[in-house]
Design a protein around this ligand. Structure first.
Ligand code: 5AD
Ligand code: SF4
Ligand code: FES
Length: 347
């Protein structure tokens, strides 16, 4: 009874004031009242960002990566993976096709692949910007100078998940990387005037709810313009610990709490969520999310961009995914936005 009262109090506080301390965030993460949490996140989503869903077309242009994150299938030491890269001119052609499917944003994503020099990337950016489309980069950790060159060339947004703010865990999972540098990258991106997208993996081996509560507080402190939450999915060709468990529900909870605390930001219903639940993206869209990132990579490459196994849409074409997602979104009485879907700050 007392617990119910405390839950009501904290949930109410989040709904009304959009501020919670870390202890209160933890309380919401620990609650069993998921349904109420998701309902309130859905209401907040509707009130602040409405029923429109922004689509971001994802082009996975290279699966080479110089990093070695323990949990990721694209890690440098995964010698089982067939590597590919798409040439800059072909990326530009693909972007043109993608625009013709009616997308207003393109996300260019890759592992950290040094093949794409600043010259190559800036050329790609300026060609795509001719198409009058919003452009997001998701190509990892770069220097301030590089981020600046991309921004000057016209990139609008940058996506760099913090993954976890737990320093001990971070050092264990990204052996050669540092949390400090990653945070600096996010600050650089912010300072350069990009829309900042970040987020975490929920359910990482060794991660606690307490550390997730800190992650949420961190994302709010930046504050990010977009936050993507994906459940951890074990990849057998990695040294990650194979923990049993399905982190779909946990990732939904993290997402719902973020919606309550940052009511007007963009929050995607992630591909990893749908990998764990066939209705995952629709459930997410009804629990706080307002964005979907359909795959626009050509079918031949899809199976090689295997961050984790079981990824959805592997055998499908860009046209099919575009059509599929529109039907899904309409089936829950939501509609696809006609705009570029920039973050509009409302509080
Ligand atoms: N399970 C879930 N998400 C993962 N990512 C990397 N490996 C995994 C995994 N095993 C996520 C990271 C990265 C994004 C592209 O994919 O958060 O930022
Ligand atoms: Fe590379 Fe990103 Fe995978 Fe780390 S998570 S290995 S940086 S693609
Ligand atoms: Fe790719 Fe449904 S979004 S098949």
């Amino acid at each position: 009874m007392r617990d119910d009262k405390e839950f009501e109090y904290i949930l109410n506080k989040a709904v009304q004031s959009h501020t919670l301390d870390e202890k209160e965030i933890l309380y919401l993460l620990e609650t069993k009242n998921n349904k109420q949490l998701f309902e309130q996140a859905d209401k907040t989503r509707k009130k602040y960002v409405g029923d429109e869903v922004h689509l971001r077309a994802l082009i996975e242009f290279s699966n080479y990566c110089r990093q070695n994150c323990v949990y990721c299938g694209l890690r440098r030491d995964n010698s089982q993976l067939t590597r590919y890269r798409i040439e800059p001119n072909d990326i530009i052609e693909l972007a043109k096709k993608t625009k013709n499917y009616g997308y207003k944003t393109i996300v260019l994503q890759s592992g950290e692949d040094p093949y794409y020099t600043v010259e190559k990337i800036t050329k790609i950016i300026s060609e795509i910007k001719y198409l009058d489309i919003a452009l997001t980069l998701s190509i990892g950790e770069k220097t301030f100078k590089e981020y600046k060159a991309y921004r000057d060339a016209g990139a609008d947004r940058y996506l760099l998940r913090i993954e976890t703010t737990d320093e001990f865990l971070y050092n264990k999972l990204d052996p050669a990387m540092s949390l400090k540098n990653r945070m600096q990258c996010i600050e650089d991106i912010k300072q350069l005037g990009y829309e900042v997208g970040s987020g975490i993996i929920a359910g990482l081996p060794g991660q606690t709810l307490k550390s997730i509560a800190r992650d949420i507080a961190y994302l709010k402190s930046i504050p990010v313009d977009m936050a993507g939450i994906g459940p951890f999915i074990y990849h057998p060709n990695t040294p990650a610990e194979n923990i049993k468990g399905n982190f779909f529900e946990l990732s939904l909870k993290v997402m719902a709490v973020l919606r309550l605390l940052m009511p007007d930001i963009n929050i995607p219903a992630t591909t990893a969520m749908e990998t764990l639940n066939p209705q995952g993206r629709l459930i997410a869209l009804q629990s706080g999310a307002n964005v979907v990132m359909p795959n626009a990579t050509e079918t031949i490459y899809r199976k090689y961009y295997e961050i984790y196994p079981g990824k959805i849409c592997l055998g499908d074409s860009p046209a099919h995914c575009r059509f599929c997602i529109e039907n899904k979104i309409q089936s829950i009485n939501r509609y696809i936005s006609k705009g570029k879907g920039f973050h509009i700050r409302q509080n």
